[in-house]
Write a protein of this length. Structure first.
Length: 331
């Protein structure tokens, strides 16, 4: 990683004049290096919040261990001359998976959805089982999966990630994660495991096959939790009712049923009953092979859109309220 001076950061970002994303930790600015590479600069906006400072430092430490993974956003450098480090990332032009699925009207083939799913799962599986010390992401969601120029998945936002010890149980001192993705087992006992990431990833799988948000409002303005809706549909043997009809073709229904079964396994209440991320990757890879064999009728509709200029998704007001209520419930 390159160490930047505060003066260099101001020059790179043209005095921080272009905001491309906002999050709970701070803002993300567009920048250009001297070699004309575009970058994204994350800057903390709350200097007196010790937890945010810790998350910034934590993200820098975690990413320094996994900066070689192609499906993880690359940390290019940092600035240490300020109270909270400013982090410099590769610029990801097509924004978040959340925006791609829920804010754009672009057609997305089943092949593209499964590829993004497989790439994201591969990154998480590597964190869990192929690093010197296993790493828990801690906030897996579609807003933390970025899409590059070729719509390849890049897992991002490691501020709440943790190195997992094999002989010490990990307990959280505060609720972390996002409403709609939170592992119910974690809410019961505050224990973080790799299976907490697996549960959250199960919700991402649902988003990809339904094109619905993890928490959304129906026509009657009733709040719906996608995971709960899905489990109910599974019990009634009626998952087809919540599939995105753009991909629920006759040729794809059998494969979608198996993808749904994988999502159901990830969302089981007990972490011990959920698959590992490595197993999730194996199954997704098998689905991709089968899809290539039968051909995806929607693949011809693939997009060639202008990049979506979003780096971090901003939470909606309703999301803020829900999260506040959850934090009050689980101090």
């Amino acid at each position: 990683m390159k160490i930047f001076t505060e003066e260099e950061m101001a020059r790179i970002t043209n005095n921080f004049d272009t905001v491309i994303g906002r999050g709970g930790q701070g803002k993300v600015y567009k920048g250009v290096l001297e070699d004309d590479r575009e970058v994204a600069v994350k800057k903390c906006i709350v200097l007196d919040d010790e937890r945010l400072k810790e998350e910034f430092m934590n993200e820098m430490i975690i990413l320094s261990q996994i900066n070689y993974l192609k499906n993880v956003v690359q940390l290019l450098g940092c600035c240490l001359e300020v109270d909270v480090p400013m982090l410099v990332y590769e610029f990801i032009p097509n924004g978040t998976l959340n925006s791609f699925l829920h804010e754009s009207q672009l057609p997305i083939s089943l092949e593209t959805r499964l590829r993004i799913c497989t790439e994201s799962a591969t990154a998480l599986a590597h964190l869990h089982s192929q690093t010197v010390r296993p790493i828990l992401h801690g906030d897996v969601k579609s807003a933390n999966i970025l899409l590059d120029r070729n719509y390849m998945a890049k897992v991002s936002d490691f501020g709440t990630s943790k190195f997992l010890s094999m002989d010490v149980t990990q307990f959280a001192t505060y609720v972390q994660g996002t409403l709609g993705y939170l592992d119910p087992e974690f809410l019961q006992n505050s224990r973080l495991t790799d299976k907490s990431d697996v549960y959250s990833f199960g919700v991402v799988i649902l988003e990809l096959i339904t094109r619905k948000k993890a928490v959304y409002y129906d026509g009657n303005n009733e709040r719906i939790c996608l995971a709960q809706q899905f489990v109910s549909a599974m019990r009634q043997n009626n998952t087809i009712s919540i599939f995105d009809m753009d991909i629920a073709t006759e040729d794809n229904l059998e494969l979608l049923a198996e993808v749904s079964k994988l999502a159901e396994e990830c969302l089981r209440p007990s972490g011990e009953e959920r698959p590992t991320m490595t197993r999730v990757v194996q199954k997704l890879t098998g689905f991709m092979t089968r899809l290539e064999a039968i051909g995806d009728p929607n693949a011809a509709q693939e997009h060639s859109a202008e990049p979506i200029q979003i780096f971090m998704a901003s939470p909606t007001p309703s999301h803020d309220a829900d999260t506040a209520a959850l934090l009050n419930t689980y101090p």
